[in-house]
Ligand binder design. Sequence first.
Ligand code: GUN
Length: 293
Amino acid sequence: MRLLDGKAVSNTIKEEIAEEVSKMVNAGQKAPHLAAILVGNNGASETYVASKVRSCEKAGFKSTLIRLPDDISEEALLEEIEKLNANDDIDGFICQLPLPKHINEQKITLAIDHKKDVDGFHPINVGRMVQNIPSYLPATPFGILQLLERYDIETSGKKCVVLGRSNIVGMPISILLARKAYPGNCTVTLCHSRTKDIANELREADIIIAALGIPEFVTADMVKQGAVVIDVGISRVPDATAKRGYVIKGDVNFDDVAPKSSYITPVPGGVGPMTVTSLLLNTLKAAKKEVYD
Ligand code: GUN
Protein backbone atom coordinates (compact mmCIF):
# COMPACT_ATOMS: atom_id res chain seq x y z
CA MET A 1 0.00 0.00 0.00
CA ARG A 2 1.26 3.47 -0.90
CA LEU A 3 -0.23 6.67 0.40
CA LEU A 4 -1.26 9.26 -2.21
CA ASP A 5 0.06 12.28 -0.36
CA GLY A 6 -2.04 15.14 -1.70
CA LYS A 7 -0.56 17.57 0.77
CA ALA A 8 3.01 16.94 -0.43
CA VAL A 9 2.07 16.96 -4.13
CA SER A 10 0.02 20.12 -3.74
CA ASN A 11 2.93 21.86 -1.95
CA THR A 12 5.23 20.91 -4.86
CA ILE A 13 2.74 22.26 -7.41
CA LYS A 14 2.23 25.43 -5.37
CA GLU A 15 6.01 26.00 -5.39
CA GLU A 16 6.02 25.55 -9.18
CA ILE A 17 3.15 28.05 -9.49
CA ALA A 18 4.89 30.55 -7.17
CA GLU A 19 8.04 30.36 -9.32
CA GLU A 20 6.04 31.04 -12.47
CA VAL A 21 4.19 33.93 -10.85
CA SER A 22 7.44 35.46 -9.67
CA LYS A 23 8.78 35.29 -13.26
CA MET A 24 5.59 36.95 -14.55
CA VAL A 25 5.86 39.74 -12.00
CA ASN A 26 9.60 40.25 -12.68
CA ALA A 27 8.75 40.57 -16.37
CA GLY A 28 6.38 43.44 -15.53
CA GLN A 29 3.09 41.51 -15.71
CA LYS A 30 0.55 41.68 -12.92
CA ALA A 31 0.08 38.80 -10.48
CA PRO A 32 -2.95 36.54 -11.10
CA HIS A 33 -5.98 37.73 -9.15
CA LEU A 34 -8.63 35.36 -7.74
CA ALA A 35 -11.82 36.55 -6.05
CA ALA A 36 -14.07 34.37 -3.89
CA ILE A 37 -17.65 35.09 -2.85
CA LEU A 38 -18.69 33.58 0.47
CA VAL A 39 -22.37 33.87 1.37
CA GLY A 40 -23.35 33.38 5.03
CA ASN A 41 -21.25 31.50 7.57
CA ASN A 42 -21.39 27.80 6.79
CA GLY A 43 -18.49 26.35 8.85
CA ALA A 44 -17.12 24.03 6.15
CA SER A 45 -17.35 26.74 3.45
CA GLU A 46 -15.50 29.19 5.75
CA THR A 47 -12.68 26.64 6.11
CA TYR A 48 -12.44 25.94 2.37
CA VAL A 49 -12.49 29.60 1.35
CA ALA A 50 -9.90 30.51 4.02
CA SER A 51 -7.66 27.77 2.62
CA LYS A 52 -8.14 29.08 -0.93
CA VAL A 53 -7.22 32.63 0.12
CA ARG A 54 -4.18 31.42 2.12
CA SER A 55 -2.96 29.38 -0.85
CA CYS A 56 -3.28 32.42 -3.13
CA GLU A 57 -0.99 34.37 -0.83
CA LYS A 58 1.56 31.54 -0.74
CA ALA A 59 1.64 31.37 -4.54
CA GLY A 60 2.05 35.15 -4.92
CA PHE A 61 -1.49 35.72 -6.25
CA LYS A 62 -3.67 38.64 -5.40
CA SER A 63 -6.90 37.54 -3.73
CA THR A 64 -10.16 39.25 -2.83
CA LEU A 65 -12.68 37.75 -0.43
CA ILE A 66 -16.22 39.07 -0.73
CA ARG A 67 -18.34 38.17 2.30
CA LEU A 68 -22.07 38.55 1.88
CA PRO A 69 -24.84 38.01 4.46
CA ASP A 70 -26.91 34.82 4.60
CA ASP A 71 -30.10 36.76 3.77
CA ILE A 72 -28.73 38.51 0.66
CA SER A 73 -31.28 38.45 -2.16
CA GLU A 74 -30.60 36.52 -5.34
CA GLU A 75 -30.77 39.80 -7.24
CA ALA A 76 -28.11 41.44 -5.04
CA LEU A 77 -25.83 38.41 -5.41
CA LEU A 78 -26.26 38.55 -9.19
CA GLU A 79 -25.24 42.23 -9.06
CA GLU A 80 -22.03 41.29 -7.19
CA ILE A 81 -21.30 38.71 -9.88
CA GLU A 82 -21.84 41.28 -12.62
CA LYS A 83 -19.33 43.58 -10.90
CA LEU A 84 -16.72 40.80 -10.86
CA ASN A 85 -17.47 39.91 -14.49
CA ALA A 86 -16.78 43.54 -15.44
CA ASN A 87 -13.70 44.04 -13.25
CA ASP A 88 -10.67 43.76 -15.53
CA ASP A 89 -8.28 43.36 -12.61
CA ILE A 90 -9.87 40.03 -11.63
CA ASP A 91 -8.76 37.05 -13.71
CA GLY A 92 -11.11 34.49 -12.20
CA PHE A 93 -13.61 34.11 -9.40
CA ILE A 94 -15.73 31.56 -7.61
CA CYS A 95 -18.93 31.61 -5.60
CA GLN A 96 -18.56 29.04 -2.81
CA LEU A 97 -21.32 26.42 -2.73
CA PRO A 98 -23.68 25.51 -1.16
CA LEU A 99 -25.69 28.74 -1.22
CA PRO A 100 -28.67 29.52 1.06
CA LYS A 101 -31.89 27.76 -0.05
CA HIS A 102 -33.58 30.91 -1.36
CA ILE A 103 -30.85 31.34 -4.00
CA ASN A 104 -30.94 29.31 -7.21
CA GLU A 105 -27.42 27.87 -7.62
CA GLN A 106 -27.97 27.14 -11.30
CA LYS A 107 -28.83 30.79 -11.97
CA ILE A 108 -25.65 31.88 -10.16
CA THR A 109 -23.48 29.39 -12.07
CA LEU A 110 -24.89 30.66 -15.38
CA ALA A 111 -24.32 34.31 -14.42
CA ILE A 112 -20.55 33.90 -13.99
CA ASP A 113 -18.67 34.86 -17.16
CA HIS A 114 -17.39 31.49 -18.47
CA LYS A 115 -14.02 33.13 -19.19
CA LYS A 116 -13.64 33.84 -15.46
CA ASP A 117 -15.27 30.61 -14.27
CA VAL A 118 -12.17 29.06 -12.67
CA ASP A 119 -14.42 26.51 -10.89
CA GLY A 120 -15.28 25.09 -14.32
CA PHE A 121 -18.98 24.82 -13.42
CA HIS A 122 -20.47 26.90 -16.26
CA PRO A 123 -22.13 24.74 -18.96
CA ILE A 124 -19.76 26.19 -21.58
CA ASN A 125 -16.77 24.88 -19.63
CA VAL A 126 -18.53 21.57 -18.88
CA GLY A 127 -19.39 21.15 -22.58
CA ARG A 128 -15.81 21.91 -23.62
CA MET A 129 -14.54 19.41 -21.03
CA VAL A 130 -16.83 16.70 -22.45
CA GLN A 131 -15.49 17.31 -25.97
CA ASN A 132 -11.86 17.59 -24.86
CA ILE A 133 -11.62 21.26 -25.88
CA PRO A 134 -9.37 23.38 -23.59
CA SER A 135 -11.42 24.59 -20.60
CA TYR A 136 -11.22 25.15 -16.87
CA LEU A 137 -11.58 21.70 -15.35
CA PRO A 138 -13.56 21.56 -12.08
CA ALA A 139 -11.07 21.73 -9.23
CA THR A 140 -11.67 18.42 -7.43
CA PRO A 141 -11.64 16.20 -10.54
CA PHE A 142 -8.64 18.15 -11.87
CA GLY A 143 -6.87 17.52 -8.54
CA ILE A 144 -7.59 13.78 -8.78
CA LEU A 145 -6.14 13.67 -12.33
CA GLN A 146 -2.98 15.41 -11.16
CA LEU A 147 -2.58 13.03 -8.24
CA LEU A 148 -2.88 10.01 -10.57
CA GLU A 149 -0.40 11.61 -12.95
CA ARG A 150 2.21 12.60 -10.35
CA TYR A 151 2.22 9.03 -8.97
CA ASP A 152 2.40 7.67 -12.53
CA ILE A 153 -0.64 5.43 -11.99
CA GLU A 154 -1.74 3.47 -15.07
CA THR A 155 -5.37 4.18 -15.96
CA SER A 156 -5.68 2.92 -19.55
CA GLY A 157 -8.05 -0.05 -19.84
CA LYS A 158 -8.76 -0.03 -16.09
CA LYS A 159 -12.21 -0.44 -14.60
CA CYS A 160 -13.11 2.66 -12.63
CA VAL A 161 -16.12 2.90 -10.34
CA VAL A 162 -17.23 6.39 -9.33
CA LEU A 163 -19.56 6.73 -6.33
CA GLY A 164 -21.79 9.81 -6.57
CA ARG A 165 -23.05 11.85 -9.53
CA SER A 166 -22.70 15.44 -8.30
CA ASN A 167 -21.98 18.26 -10.76
CA ILE A 168 -18.88 19.13 -8.72
CA VAL A 169 -17.17 15.72 -8.55
CA GLY A 170 -18.90 12.48 -9.63
CA MET A 171 -20.26 13.55 -13.03
CA PRO A 172 -17.11 15.38 -14.24
CA ILE A 173 -14.57 12.80 -12.99
CA SER A 174 -16.54 9.99 -14.69
CA ILE A 175 -16.30 11.91 -17.99
CA LEU A 176 -12.64 12.81 -17.54
CA LEU A 177 -11.53 9.25 -16.75
CA ALA A 178 -13.36 7.92 -19.81
CA ARG A 179 -11.68 10.47 -22.13
CA LYS A 180 -9.12 9.40 -24.71
CA ALA A 181 -6.22 10.87 -22.72
CA TYR A 182 -3.91 10.22 -19.80
CA PRO A 183 -5.14 9.95 -17.10
CA GLY A 184 -8.19 8.42 -18.74
CA ASN A 185 -9.08 5.62 -21.14
CA CYS A 186 -10.89 3.89 -18.27
CA THR A 187 -14.09 1.88 -18.48
CA VAL A 188 -16.19 3.91 -16.08
CA THR A 189 -19.22 2.88 -14.01
CA LEU A 190 -21.05 5.71 -12.26
CA CYS A 191 -22.92 4.54 -9.14
CA HIS A 192 -25.55 6.60 -7.32
CA SER A 193 -28.45 6.33 -4.90
CA ARG A 194 -30.53 4.22 -7.31
CA THR A 195 -27.73 1.74 -8.13
CA LYS A 196 -28.95 -1.79 -7.28
CA ASP A 197 -25.82 -3.30 -5.70
CA ILE A 198 -23.02 -0.80 -5.12
CA ALA A 199 -20.80 -3.31 -3.27
CA ASN A 200 -20.92 -5.67 -6.23
CA GLU A 201 -19.98 -2.90 -8.68
CA LEU A 202 -17.15 -1.77 -6.40
CA ARG A 203 -15.61 -5.24 -6.16
CA GLU A 204 -14.95 -5.06 -9.93
CA ALA A 205 -13.05 -1.77 -9.69
CA ASP A 206 -9.33 -1.27 -10.36
CA ILE A 207 -9.84 2.39 -9.44
CA ILE A 208 -12.43 3.64 -6.93
CA ILE A 209 -13.43 7.30 -6.69
CA ALA A 210 -15.64 7.73 -3.61
CA ALA A 211 -17.63 10.99 -3.66
CA LEU A 212 -20.89 10.14 -1.92
CA GLY A 213 -20.59 12.16 1.27
CA ILE A 214 -21.38 9.16 3.49
CA PRO A 215 -18.70 8.73 6.16
CA GLU A 216 -16.76 5.42 5.96
CA PHE A 217 -19.19 3.92 3.44
CA VAL A 218 -16.54 1.87 1.62
CA THR A 219 -15.27 -1.11 3.60
CA ALA A 220 -12.66 -3.78 2.79
CA ASP A 221 -15.23 -6.41 1.70
CA MET A 222 -16.25 -4.08 -1.20
CA VAL A 223 -12.68 -3.59 -2.49
CA LYS A 224 -10.63 -5.74 -4.85
CA GLN A 225 -7.07 -6.59 -3.76
CA GLY A 226 -4.67 -4.00 -5.24
CA ALA A 227 -7.31 -1.35 -6.09
CA VAL A 228 -6.42 2.35 -6.28
CA VAL A 229 -8.71 4.15 -3.80
CA ILE A 230 -9.40 7.88 -4.07
CA ASP A 231 -11.50 9.28 -1.22
CA VAL A 232 -13.21 12.61 -1.92
CA GLY A 233 -15.45 12.59 1.19
CA ILE A 234 -14.94 15.16 3.93
CA SER A 235 -17.77 14.81 6.45
CA ARG A 236 -17.79 16.38 9.87
CA VAL A 237 -18.81 13.64 12.31
CA PRO A 238 -19.76 14.83 15.83
CA ASP A 239 -17.26 13.63 18.45
CA ALA A 240 -17.46 15.00 22.00
CA THR A 241 -13.84 13.95 22.71
CA ALA A 242 -12.45 16.01 19.78
CA LYS A 243 -11.22 19.56 20.39
CA ARG A 244 -13.58 21.08 17.80
CA GLY A 245 -16.47 18.76 18.74
CA TYR A 246 -16.21 16.85 15.44
CA VAL A 247 -13.79 14.71 13.46
CA ILE A 248 -13.30 14.67 9.69
CA LYS A 249 -14.15 11.38 7.99
CA GLY A 250 -13.83 10.33 4.38
CA ASP A 251 -16.20 8.08 2.41
CA VAL A 252 -13.74 5.22 2.87
CA ASN A 253 -13.03 3.33 6.08
CA PHE A 254 -9.29 3.96 5.78
CA ASP A 255 -7.96 1.48 8.36
CA ASP A 256 -10.09 -1.30 6.93
CA VAL A 257 -9.44 -0.62 3.23
CA ALA A 258 -5.78 0.56 3.21
CA PRO A 259 -4.16 -2.92 3.58
CA LYS A 260 -6.06 -4.15 0.50
CA SER A 261 -5.27 -1.16 -1.74
CA SER A 262 -2.23 -0.48 -3.93
CA TYR A 263 -2.63 3.29 -3.49
CA ILE A 264 -5.00 5.20 -1.21
CA THR A 265 -5.63 8.86 -0.33
CA PRO A 266 -5.81 9.83 3.35
CA VAL A 267 -8.53 12.17 4.68
CA PRO A 268 -7.52 14.85 5.42
CA GLY A 269 -4.37 15.37 3.32
CA GLY A 270 -5.41 13.58 0.12
CA VAL A 271 -7.78 15.08 -2.43
CA GLY A 272 -8.59 18.24 -0.37
CA PRO A 273 -5.26 20.06 -0.81
CA MET A 274 -5.18 19.08 -4.51
CA THR A 275 -8.53 20.82 -5.04
CA VAL A 276 -7.17 24.14 -3.82
CA THR A 277 -4.06 23.80 -6.01
CA SER A 278 -6.24 23.11 -9.07
CA LEU A 279 -8.10 26.34 -8.48
CA LEU A 280 -4.76 28.18 -8.48
CA LEU A 281 -3.76 26.44 -11.72
CA ASN A 282 -7.04 27.48 -13.35
CA THR A 283 -6.56 31.07 -12.17
CA LEU A 284 -3.02 31.07 -13.55
CA LYS A 285 -4.41 29.83 -16.89
CA ALA A 286 -6.99 32.63 -16.78
CA ALA A 287 -4.31 35.26 -16.09
CA LYS A 288 -2.21 33.92 -18.97
CA LYS A 289 -5.31 33.74 -21.22
CA GLU A 290 -4.44 30.13 -22.03
CA VAL A 291 -8.03 28.94 -22.38
CA TYR A 292 -9.80 32.08 -23.68
CA ASP A 293 -8.38 35.27 -25.26
N1 GUN B 1 -18.24 23.59 -2.63
C1 GUN B 1 -17.62 22.38 -2.55
N2 GUN B 1 -16.65 22.28 -3.49
C2 GUN B 1 -16.66 23.44 -4.17
C3 GUN B 1 -15.88 23.93 -5.26
O1 GUN B 1 -14.98 23.27 -5.80
N3 GUN B 1 -16.20 25.19 -5.68
C4 GUN B 1 -17.19 25.92 -5.13
N4 GUN B 1 -17.43 27.13 -5.63
N5 GUN B 1 -17.93 25.50 -4.12
C5 GUN B 1 -17.66 24.26 -3.65
